[in-house]
Design a protein around this ligand. Structure first.
Ligand code: FAD
Length: 395
Protein backbone atom coordinates (compact mmCIF):
# COMPACT_ATOMS: atom_id res chain seq x y z
CA UNK A 1 0.00 0.00 0.00
CA UNK A 2 1.29 3.46 -0.90
CA UNK A 3 0.34 6.13 1.63
CA UNK A 4 1.68 9.01 -0.46
CA UNK A 5 0.63 10.02 -3.96
CA UNK A 6 2.83 8.74 -6.77
CA UNK A 7 3.84 11.33 -9.39
CA UNK A 8 0.91 10.42 -11.64
CA UNK A 9 -1.52 10.36 -8.67
CA UNK A 10 -0.36 13.84 -7.68
CA UNK A 11 -0.92 15.07 -11.24
CA UNK A 12 -4.41 13.54 -11.27
CA UNK A 13 -5.19 15.13 -7.88
CA UNK A 14 -4.09 18.56 -9.13
CA UNK A 15 -6.17 18.22 -12.30
CA UNK A 16 -9.31 17.12 -10.39
CA UNK A 17 -8.85 19.82 -7.77
CA UNK A 18 -8.54 22.56 -10.39
CA UNK A 19 -11.62 21.35 -12.26
CA UNK A 20 -13.71 21.03 -9.08
CA UNK A 21 -12.73 24.48 -7.86
CA UNK A 22 -14.44 26.16 -10.80
CA UNK A 23 -17.17 23.55 -11.43
CA UNK A 24 -18.71 23.72 -7.93
CA UNK A 25 -19.32 27.44 -8.37
CA UNK A 26 -21.70 26.65 -11.26
CA UNK A 27 -23.95 24.32 -9.25
CA UNK A 28 -27.23 25.79 -7.99
CA UNK A 29 -27.75 25.83 -4.21
CA UNK A 30 -29.20 22.73 -2.55
CA UNK A 31 -33.01 22.72 -2.77
CA UNK A 32 -35.29 21.86 0.14
CA UNK A 33 -34.42 18.32 1.27
CA UNK A 34 -37.98 17.15 0.58
CA UNK A 35 -38.21 18.61 -2.94
CA UNK A 36 -37.20 15.46 -4.75
CA UNK A 37 -37.81 16.65 -8.35
CA UNK A 38 -35.53 19.66 -7.63
CA UNK A 39 -32.95 17.42 -5.96
CA UNK A 40 -33.03 15.11 -8.95
CA UNK A 41 -32.50 18.05 -11.36
CA UNK A 42 -29.50 19.29 -9.38
CA UNK A 43 -27.96 15.81 -9.07
CA UNK A 44 -28.55 15.23 -12.79
CA UNK A 45 -26.97 18.56 -13.71
CA UNK A 46 -23.88 17.73 -11.65
CA UNK A 47 -23.65 14.25 -13.15
CA UNK A 48 -23.84 15.74 -16.66
CA UNK A 49 -21.04 18.16 -15.77
CA UNK A 50 -18.94 15.22 -14.55
CA UNK A 51 -19.73 13.31 -17.75
CA UNK A 52 -18.77 16.20 -20.02
CA UNK A 53 -15.51 16.68 -18.11
CA UNK A 54 -14.63 12.95 -18.26
CA UNK A 55 -15.21 12.25 -14.56
CA UNK A 56 -18.42 10.18 -14.76
CA UNK A 57 -17.90 6.58 -13.69
CA UNK A 58 -14.34 7.30 -12.60
CA UNK A 59 -13.83 3.65 -11.61
CA UNK A 60 -15.95 2.13 -14.40
CA UNK A 61 -14.07 0.38 -17.21
CA UNK A 62 -13.29 2.66 -20.16
CA UNK A 63 -14.93 0.25 -22.65
CA UNK A 64 -18.23 0.84 -20.85
CA UNK A 65 -17.96 4.63 -20.90
CA UNK A 66 -16.15 5.13 -17.59
CA UNK A 67 -12.79 6.74 -17.02
CA UNK A 68 -11.06 3.45 -16.22
CA UNK A 69 -9.15 5.14 -13.41
CA UNK A 70 -7.09 3.13 -10.96
CA UNK A 71 -8.65 2.42 -7.52
CA UNK A 72 -6.25 4.98 -6.00
CA UNK A 73 -7.34 7.63 -8.51
CA UNK A 74 -10.95 6.83 -7.61
CA UNK A 75 -10.20 7.49 -3.93
CA UNK A 76 -8.42 10.72 -4.88
CA UNK A 77 -11.46 11.78 -6.87
CA UNK A 78 -13.79 11.09 -3.90
CA UNK A 79 -11.43 12.82 -1.48
CA UNK A 80 -11.12 15.95 -3.61
CA UNK A 81 -14.88 16.04 -4.25
CA UNK A 82 -15.57 16.00 -0.49
CA UNK A 83 -12.90 18.64 0.14
CA UNK A 84 -14.44 20.89 -2.54
CA UNK A 85 -17.91 20.25 -1.05
CA UNK A 86 -19.07 19.08 -4.46
CA UNK A 87 -22.56 17.55 -4.69
CA UNK A 88 -22.54 13.88 -3.73
CA UNK A 89 -23.86 11.13 -5.96
CA UNK A 90 -27.44 11.75 -4.73
CA UNK A 91 -30.16 10.05 -6.77
CA UNK A 92 -27.43 8.54 -8.96
CA UNK A 93 -26.38 6.21 -6.11
CA UNK A 94 -28.09 2.98 -7.17
CA UNK A 95 -27.35 3.40 -10.88
CA UNK A 96 -23.71 4.32 -10.50
CA UNK A 97 -22.74 2.30 -7.45
CA UNK A 98 -24.48 -1.00 -8.13
CA UNK A 99 -27.07 -1.33 -10.94
CA UNK A 100 -24.58 -0.11 -13.57
CA UNK A 101 -21.70 -2.26 -12.28
CA UNK A 102 -24.05 -5.27 -12.07
CA UNK A 103 -25.14 -4.76 -15.70
CA UNK A 104 -21.48 -4.47 -16.72
CA UNK A 105 -20.71 -7.74 -14.93
CA UNK A 106 -23.84 -9.74 -15.76
CA UNK A 107 -25.94 -7.92 -18.38
CA UNK A 108 -26.43 -8.68 -22.08
CA UNK A 109 -24.85 -6.48 -24.74
CA UNK A 110 -28.29 -4.98 -25.46
CA UNK A 111 -28.75 -4.10 -21.75
CA UNK A 112 -25.30 -2.53 -21.61
CA UNK A 113 -25.87 -0.37 -24.67
CA UNK A 114 -29.35 0.61 -23.52
CA UNK A 115 -28.61 1.52 -19.89
CA UNK A 116 -25.00 2.37 -19.12
CA UNK A 117 -24.76 5.72 -20.91
CA UNK A 118 -27.99 7.00 -19.30
CA UNK A 119 -26.57 6.21 -15.86
CA UNK A 120 -23.28 7.95 -16.61
CA UNK A 121 -24.88 11.09 -18.06
CA UNK A 122 -27.35 11.28 -15.17
CA UNK A 123 -30.27 11.06 -17.58
CA UNK A 124 -31.59 7.93 -15.84
CA UNK A 125 -31.95 7.50 -12.09
CA UNK A 126 -32.36 4.03 -10.62
CA UNK A 127 -33.81 2.60 -7.43
CA UNK A 128 -33.40 -0.74 -5.71
CA UNK A 129 -36.44 -2.96 -5.14
CA UNK A 130 -34.96 -5.71 -3.00
CA UNK A 131 -36.54 -5.37 0.49
CA UNK A 132 -40.11 -6.36 1.24
CA UNK A 133 -42.18 -6.12 4.42
CA UNK A 134 -41.28 -9.75 5.28
CA UNK A 135 -37.85 -9.80 3.64
CA UNK A 136 -35.17 -7.42 4.89
CA UNK A 137 -32.30 -9.14 6.65
CA UNK A 138 -33.72 -12.42 5.40
CA UNK A 139 -33.85 -11.09 1.84
CA UNK A 140 -34.18 -14.54 0.25
CA UNK A 141 -37.68 -14.80 1.77
CA UNK A 142 -38.98 -12.27 -0.75
CA UNK A 143 -42.43 -13.05 -2.15
CA UNK A 144 -43.04 -10.62 -5.02
CA UNK A 145 -44.03 -12.99 -7.83
CA UNK A 146 -43.10 -12.84 -11.50
CA UNK A 147 -44.94 -15.23 -13.80
CA UNK A 148 -43.95 -15.84 -17.44
CA UNK A 149 -46.63 -14.86 -19.97
CA UNK A 150 -45.42 -15.03 -23.58
CA UNK A 151 -42.43 -12.69 -23.92
CA UNK A 152 -43.13 -10.94 -20.61
CA UNK A 153 -42.88 -11.45 -16.88
CA UNK A 154 -45.99 -10.32 -15.01
CA UNK A 155 -45.05 -9.02 -11.56
CA UNK A 156 -47.31 -8.68 -8.51
CA UNK A 157 -46.30 -7.94 -4.93
CA UNK A 158 -44.89 -5.26 -2.68
CA UNK A 159 -41.49 -3.67 -2.07
CA UNK A 160 -40.54 -1.37 0.79
CA UNK A 161 -37.78 1.14 1.72
CA UNK A 162 -37.16 1.81 -1.97
CA UNK A 163 -34.89 4.87 -1.82
CA UNK A 164 -35.48 7.55 -4.49
CA UNK A 165 -38.36 5.56 -6.04
CA UNK A 166 -40.38 8.76 -6.54
CA UNK A 167 -37.86 10.13 -9.05
CA UNK A 168 -36.37 6.93 -10.47
CA UNK A 169 -36.67 5.80 -14.10
CA UNK A 170 -35.67 2.17 -13.51
CA UNK A 171 -35.68 -0.28 -10.63
CA UNK A 172 -33.29 -3.20 -10.10
CA UNK A 173 -35.79 -5.67 -8.71
CA UNK A 174 -35.64 -9.13 -7.19
CA UNK A 175 -38.67 -11.28 -7.88
CA UNK A 176 -39.65 -14.87 -7.15
CA UNK A 177 -39.93 -16.89 -10.34
CA UNK A 178 -40.06 -20.38 -8.81
CA UNK A 179 -42.08 -20.55 -5.59
CA UNK A 180 -41.47 -24.30 -5.26
CA UNK A 181 -37.66 -24.13 -5.32
CA UNK A 182 -35.60 -23.65 -2.12
CA UNK A 183 -35.82 -19.93 -1.28
CA UNK A 184 -32.38 -18.93 -2.62
CA UNK A 185 -32.94 -20.82 -5.87
CA UNK A 186 -36.19 -19.34 -7.17
CA UNK A 187 -35.22 -15.65 -7.46
CA UNK A 188 -34.62 -13.56 -10.60
CA UNK A 189 -33.02 -10.08 -11.06
CA UNK A 190 -35.08 -7.82 -13.34
CA UNK A 191 -34.85 -4.30 -14.77
CA UNK A 192 -38.26 -2.70 -14.22
CA UNK A 193 -39.11 0.65 -15.88
CA UNK A 194 -40.77 2.78 -13.20
CA UNK A 195 -43.35 4.11 -15.67
CA UNK A 196 -44.72 0.61 -16.38
CA UNK A 197 -48.48 0.31 -15.84
CA UNK A 198 -49.45 -1.19 -12.46
CA UNK A 199 -46.74 0.38 -10.25
CA UNK A 200 -48.06 2.48 -7.38
CA UNK A 201 -45.34 4.45 -5.55
CA UNK A 202 -46.30 5.57 -2.04
CA UNK A 203 -43.73 7.78 -0.27
CA UNK A 204 -42.57 7.07 3.29
CA UNK A 205 -41.32 9.93 5.45
CA UNK A 206 -38.08 9.36 7.38
CA UNK A 207 -37.22 10.73 10.83
CA UNK A 208 -35.32 13.47 8.97
CA UNK A 209 -38.68 14.60 7.56
CA UNK A 210 -38.02 13.70 3.95
CA UNK A 211 -39.78 11.23 1.64
CA UNK A 212 -36.50 9.50 0.86
CA UNK A 213 -38.11 6.10 0.57
CA UNK A 214 -41.27 4.68 -0.87
CA UNK A 215 -43.34 1.54 -0.84
CA UNK A 216 -43.93 0.02 -4.27
CA UNK A 217 -47.17 -1.81 -4.91
CA UNK A 218 -46.98 -3.92 -8.07
CA UNK A 219 -50.17 -5.10 -9.69
CA UNK A 220 -49.61 -7.27 -12.78
CA UNK A 221 -46.71 -5.15 -14.04
CA UNK A 222 -45.50 -6.45 -17.44
CA UNK A 223 -41.78 -6.46 -18.11
CA UNK A 224 -40.17 -8.06 -21.18
CA UNK A 225 -38.09 -11.18 -20.57
CA UNK A 226 -35.18 -9.33 -22.21
CA UNK A 227 -35.06 -7.18 -19.03
CA UNK A 228 -33.76 -10.14 -17.04
CA UNK A 229 -30.15 -9.86 -15.87
CA UNK A 230 -28.59 -13.31 -15.54
CA UNK A 231 -30.56 -16.54 -15.87
CA UNK A 232 -34.05 -17.15 -14.55
CA UNK A 233 -33.83 -18.36 -10.91
CA UNK A 234 -30.15 -17.32 -10.72
CA UNK A 235 -31.04 -13.93 -9.20
CA UNK A 236 -29.60 -14.68 -5.76
CA UNK A 237 -26.13 -15.00 -7.25
CA UNK A 238 -26.64 -11.80 -9.30
CA UNK A 239 -27.96 -10.01 -6.17
CA UNK A 240 -24.75 -10.93 -4.37
CA UNK A 241 -22.79 -9.34 -7.21
CA UNK A 242 -24.92 -6.20 -6.67
CA UNK A 243 -24.41 -6.27 -2.89
CA UNK A 244 -20.65 -6.70 -3.28
CA UNK A 245 -20.61 -3.34 -5.13
CA UNK A 246 -22.98 -1.75 -2.59
CA UNK A 247 -20.88 -2.90 0.37
CA UNK A 248 -17.56 -2.27 -1.36
CA UNK A 249 -16.75 1.38 -2.06
CA UNK A 250 -20.38 2.49 -1.61
CA UNK A 251 -19.67 4.12 1.75
CA UNK A 252 -16.39 5.89 0.97
CA UNK A 253 -18.04 9.16 -0.07
CA UNK A 254 -20.13 8.91 3.11
CA UNK A 255 -17.01 8.60 5.25
CA UNK A 256 -15.49 11.69 3.66
CA UNK A 257 -18.69 13.69 4.15
CA UNK A 258 -18.74 12.61 7.80
CA UNK A 259 -15.17 13.83 8.16
CA UNK A 260 -16.41 17.25 6.98
CA UNK A 261 -19.27 17.13 9.51
CA UNK A 262 -16.74 16.32 12.24
CA UNK A 263 -14.60 19.32 11.26
CA UNK A 264 -17.73 21.48 11.49
CA UNK A 265 -18.49 20.04 14.93
CA UNK A 266 -15.00 21.04 16.10
CA UNK A 267 -15.66 24.58 14.85
CA UNK A 268 -19.02 24.66 16.63
CA UNK A 269 -17.42 23.40 19.86
CA UNK A 270 -15.16 26.46 19.79
CA UNK A 271 -18.20 28.75 19.59
CA UNK A 272 -21.05 27.19 21.53
CA UNK A 273 -21.41 28.15 25.19
CA UNK A 274 -20.90 25.36 27.71
CA UNK A 275 -20.76 25.83 31.48
CA UNK A 276 -18.51 28.88 32.02
CA UNK A 277 -16.83 28.81 28.60
CA UNK A 278 -17.29 26.99 25.30
CA UNK A 279 -17.71 23.27 24.63
CA UNK A 280 -14.06 23.20 23.47
CA UNK A 281 -12.96 24.14 27.02
CA UNK A 282 -14.41 20.86 28.31
CA UNK A 283 -11.59 18.28 28.51
CA UNK A 284 -14.00 15.37 28.06
CA UNK A 285 -15.57 16.81 24.90
CA UNK A 286 -12.15 17.66 23.45
CA UNK A 287 -10.88 14.15 24.15
CA UNK A 288 -13.91 12.58 22.47
CA UNK A 289 -13.60 14.85 19.45
CA UNK A 290 -9.98 13.72 19.15
CA UNK A 291 -10.88 10.05 19.50
CA UNK A 292 -13.53 10.31 16.80
CA UNK A 293 -11.07 12.12 14.50
CA UNK A 294 -8.63 9.24 15.06
CA UNK A 295 -11.32 6.65 14.33
CA UNK A 296 -12.30 8.43 11.09
CA UNK A 297 -8.63 8.57 10.11
CA UNK A 298 -8.27 4.87 10.86
CA UNK A 299 -11.28 4.11 8.67
CA UNK A 300 -9.74 6.11 5.85
CA UNK A 301 -6.51 4.13 6.22
CA UNK A 302 -8.55 0.89 6.29
CA UNK A 303 -10.31 2.01 3.09
CA UNK A 304 -6.98 2.66 1.39
CA UNK A 305 -5.73 -0.76 2.47
CA UNK A 306 -8.89 -2.45 1.16
CA UNK A 307 -8.65 -0.62 -2.15
CA UNK A 308 -4.99 -1.46 -2.47
CA UNK A 309 -5.61 -5.14 -1.67
CA UNK A 310 -8.63 -5.16 -3.99
CA UNK A 311 -6.47 -3.87 -6.85
CA UNK A 312 -4.16 -6.88 -6.31
CA UNK A 313 -7.16 -9.24 -6.19
CA UNK A 314 -6.53 -10.10 -2.54
CA UNK A 315 -9.15 -8.13 -0.61
CA UNK A 316 -9.66 -9.79 2.77
CA UNK A 317 -13.00 -11.57 3.20
CA UNK A 318 -15.49 -9.51 5.20
CA UNK A 319 -13.62 -6.19 4.77
CA UNK A 320 -16.78 -4.42 3.56
CA UNK A 321 -18.73 -5.71 6.58
CA UNK A 322 -15.95 -4.72 9.00
CA UNK A 323 -15.85 -1.23 7.49
CA UNK A 324 -19.62 -0.84 7.76
CA UNK A 325 -19.80 -1.98 11.41
CA UNK A 326 -16.96 0.37 12.39
CA UNK A 327 -18.36 3.28 10.39
CA UNK A 328 -21.88 2.88 11.84
CA UNK A 329 -20.37 2.82 15.34
CA UNK A 330 -18.33 5.99 14.88
CA UNK A 331 -21.08 8.00 13.18
CA UNK A 332 -23.46 7.17 16.07
CA UNK A 333 -20.80 8.14 18.59
CA UNK A 334 -20.17 11.41 16.79
CA UNK A 335 -23.90 12.13 16.67
CA UNK A 336 -24.27 11.54 20.42
CA UNK A 337 -21.36 13.87 21.11
CA UNK A 338 -22.82 16.51 18.75
CA UNK A 339 -26.07 16.49 20.74
CA UNK A 340 -24.05 17.21 23.90
CA UNK A 341 -22.05 19.99 22.22
CA UNK A 342 -25.22 21.53 20.77
CA UNK A 343 -27.05 21.27 24.10
CA UNK A 344 -30.48 22.90 23.69
CA UNK A 345 -29.82 23.65 19.99
CA UNK A 346 -30.06 19.91 19.42
CA UNK A 347 -33.81 20.07 20.02
CA UNK A 348 -34.42 21.38 16.51
CA UNK A 349 -33.35 20.33 13.03
CA UNK A 350 -33.28 23.98 11.97
CA UNK A 351 -29.87 25.66 12.13
CA UNK A 352 -29.69 28.29 14.87
CA UNK A 353 -28.01 31.70 15.09
CA UNK A 354 -26.57 31.32 11.59
CA UNK A 355 -24.56 28.28 12.73
CA UNK A 356 -25.00 24.91 10.95
CA UNK A 357 -26.36 23.13 14.03
CA UNK A 358 -29.17 21.47 12.01
CA UNK A 359 -26.59 19.56 9.95
CA UNK A 360 -25.30 17.91 13.15
CA UNK A 361 -28.77 16.83 14.25
CA UNK A 362 -29.51 15.44 10.78
CA UNK A 363 -26.20 13.57 10.87
CA UNK A 364 -27.26 11.83 14.09
CA UNK A 365 -30.62 10.84 12.56
CA UNK A 366 -28.83 9.70 9.40
CA UNK A 367 -26.70 7.37 11.56
CA UNK A 368 -29.75 5.19 12.26
CA UNK A 369 -30.18 4.61 8.53
CA UNK A 370 -26.48 3.75 8.19
CA UNK A 371 -26.86 0.96 10.77
CA UNK A 372 -29.68 -0.56 8.70
CA UNK A 373 -29.30 0.17 4.96
CA UNK A 374 -27.26 -2.28 2.87
CA UNK A 375 -27.54 -4.90 5.64
CA UNK A 376 -27.84 -4.14 9.35
CA UNK A 377 -24.96 -4.05 11.81
CA UNK A 378 -26.07 -7.39 13.28
CA UNK A 379 -26.13 -9.00 9.83
CA UNK A 380 -22.63 -7.64 9.08
CA UNK A 381 -21.49 -9.07 12.43
CA UNK A 382 -22.97 -12.44 11.48
CA UNK A 383 -21.02 -12.31 8.19
CA UNK A 384 -17.79 -11.53 10.04
CA UNK A 385 -18.45 -14.23 12.63
CA UNK A 386 -19.27 -16.96 10.15
CA UNK A 387 -17.16 -16.17 7.10
CA UNK A 388 -14.10 -14.52 8.64
CA UNK A 389 -13.82 -15.99 12.13
CA UNK A 390 -15.25 -19.38 11.17
CA UNK A 391 -17.68 -19.43 14.08
CA UNK A 392 -20.66 -21.82 13.87
CA UNK A 393 -23.38 -20.72 11.45
CA UNK A 394 -26.64 -19.45 12.93
CA UNK A 395 -29.51 -21.89 12.56
C1 FAD B 1 -31.44 4.45 4.74
C2 FAD B 1 -31.96 3.16 4.19
C3 FAD B 1 -32.06 2.99 2.82
C4 FAD B 1 -32.58 1.80 2.31
N1 FAD B 1 -32.72 1.70 0.95
C5 FAD B 1 -33.21 0.57 0.44
C6 FAD B 1 -33.42 0.47 -0.97
O1 FAD B 1 -33.19 1.42 -1.73
N2 FAD B 1 -33.89 -0.69 -1.45
C7 FAD B 1 -34.18 -1.77 -0.68
O2 FAD B 1 -34.55 -2.81 -1.19
N3 FAD B 1 -34.04 -1.69 0.69
C8 FAD B 1 -33.57 -0.55 1.25
N4 FAD B 1 -33.44 -0.44 2.61
C9 FAD B 1 -33.89 -1.54 3.45
C10 FAD B 1 -32.76 -2.28 4.19
O3 FAD B 1 -32.03 -3.09 3.31
C11 FAD B 1 -33.44 -3.08 5.31
O4 FAD B 1 -33.98 -2.15 6.23
C12 FAD B 1 -32.46 -3.96 6.03
O5 FAD B 1 -32.00 -5.00 5.21
C13 FAD B 1 -33.10 -4.57 7.30
O6 FAD B 1 -34.30 -5.19 7.02
P1 FAD B 1 -35.61 -4.86 7.87
O7 FAD B 1 -35.79 -3.38 7.91
O8 FAD B 1 -36.72 -5.69 7.30
O9 FAD B 1 -35.28 -5.31 9.34
P2 FAD B 1 -35.34 -6.80 9.90
O10 FAD B 1 -34.65 -7.73 8.97
O11 FAD B 1 -36.74 -7.11 10.28
O12 FAD B 1 -34.46 -6.67 11.20
C14 FAD B 1 -34.96 -6.12 12.42
C15 FAD B 1 -33.85 -6.22 13.47
O13 FAD B 1 -33.53 -7.62 13.69
C16 FAD B 1 -32.13 -7.82 13.48
N5 FAD B 1 -31.93 -9.15 12.86
C17 FAD B 1 -32.64 -9.66 11.83
N6 FAD B 1 -32.15 -10.87 11.50
C18 FAD B 1 -31.11 -11.12 12.33
C19 FAD B 1 -30.19 -12.21 12.47
N7 FAD B 1 -30.26 -13.27 11.68
N8 FAD B 1 -29.23 -12.11 13.44
C20 FAD B 1 -29.15 -11.00 14.25
N9 FAD B 1 -30.00 -9.95 14.17
C21 FAD B 1 -30.96 -10.00 13.21
C22 FAD B 1 -31.70 -6.73 12.53
O14 FAD B 1 -30.30 -6.46 12.64
C23 FAD B 1 -32.54 -5.55 13.00
O15 FAD B 1 -31.93 -4.92 14.10
C24 FAD B 1 -32.97 0.74 3.17
C25 FAD B 1 -32.90 0.92 4.55
C26 FAD B 1 -32.42 2.11 5.07
C27 FAD B 1 -32.38 2.28 6.54
Amino acid sequence: MHLRDSESDAAFRAEVRAWLRSAVTEVPPEPDSNDWPARRSRDTLWQRMLFDAGYAGVNWPAEHGGRGATPTEHLIFLQESAAAKAPDVGVGFVGQMHAGPTIIAEGTEAQKSHHLRGILTGEHAWCQGFSEPGAGSDLASLRTRAVRDGDDYVISGQKIWTSHAMVADYCEMLVRTDPDAPKHKGITWLIVPMDAAGIDVRPLITAQGSAEFAELFLDEVRVPITNRVGEENDGWRVANVTLSFERGTGFVGELLDTTNVHAELVRLAHELPHRNGTAWDDDGIRRELGEIAAELDALWAFTKRNVSQGAKGMMAMGSGSAFKVAYATVIHRMGDLALRVLDRSSLTMTSLDGRPTGEQVLSKLHAFGISLGGGTTQIQQNIIAERVLGLPRER
